[in-house]
Write a protein that binds this ligand. Sequence first.
Ligand SMILES: Nc1nc2c(ncn2[C@@H]2O[C@H](COP(=O)(O)OP(=O)(O)OP(=O)(O)O)[C@@H](O)[C@H]2O)c(=O)[nH]1
Ligand SMILES: [Zn+2]
Length: 216
Amino acid sequence: MDAKNTVIKPWQQGLSDHVRTAPAASAPRPSREEAEAAVRTLIAYAGDDATREGVLDTPKRVVDAYDELFQGYREVPADSLDRTFSETSGYNDFVLVKDIPFNSHCEHHMMPFFGLAHIAYKPTDRVVGLSKLARLVDTYAKRLQTQENMTAQIATALEEVMKPKGVAVMLEAEHTCMTMRGVAKPGSLTMTTHFSGTFRDDPNELVRFMSLLRGK
Ligand SMILES: Nc1nc2c(ncn2[C@@H]2O[C@H](COP(=O)(O)OP(=O)(O)OP(=O)(O)O)[C@@H](O)[C@H]2O)c(=O)[nH]1
Ligand SMILES: [Zn+2]
């Protein structure tokens, strides 16, 4: 157990907190009734009647949706990368999984942002199950986020757990807080990147990553 009362597996010692723990494990949680009451308050604040039939079950549905949309607070990112394989027949290039769809919520407005994640890493001796890269994206996406944090967190988790020769992470997303309200710029796309190791040090590696992303 560490200070936050979370069970840390031996191989997870030395990892950053955000990689080896689930935030909800150490945070006090309001009851379901309190959460539903908060939704009734928001319905009334919006100007509707929270007791009319059409919205009577809405607080329950919203809280159910929150359990799903913010599931990432109850997941340990490192667990996604638990399943690795050492039999690679000498494979020595990078592995790229591109066009991984994700949905998240911005921590400033709690409005959705959504798009695609592209993740590449150059393995040392082991490779990770491909689906686990998508699971890692979902764990971090299903929290209140900024796109920059999410990009850096995905990359750090891969770096710390897999110890690869290089990591490249690119996220492209539409932020509904920018397209549906406020400055209201539909179609605007935010790109964030993180390059380390071979992707940072070898320009050819970066060019190959970009070419594969753009399907050339
Ligand atoms: N850097 C970053 N900013 C974000 C992200 N998601 C939303 N934002 C921005 O967070 C900022 C919050 O700015 P504030 O001035 O505090 O809030 P606001 O008055 O609602 O701002 P407007 O959106 O400009 O109306 C806005 O500029 C948003 O576009 C993100 O993932 N990364
Ligand atoms: Zn926002």
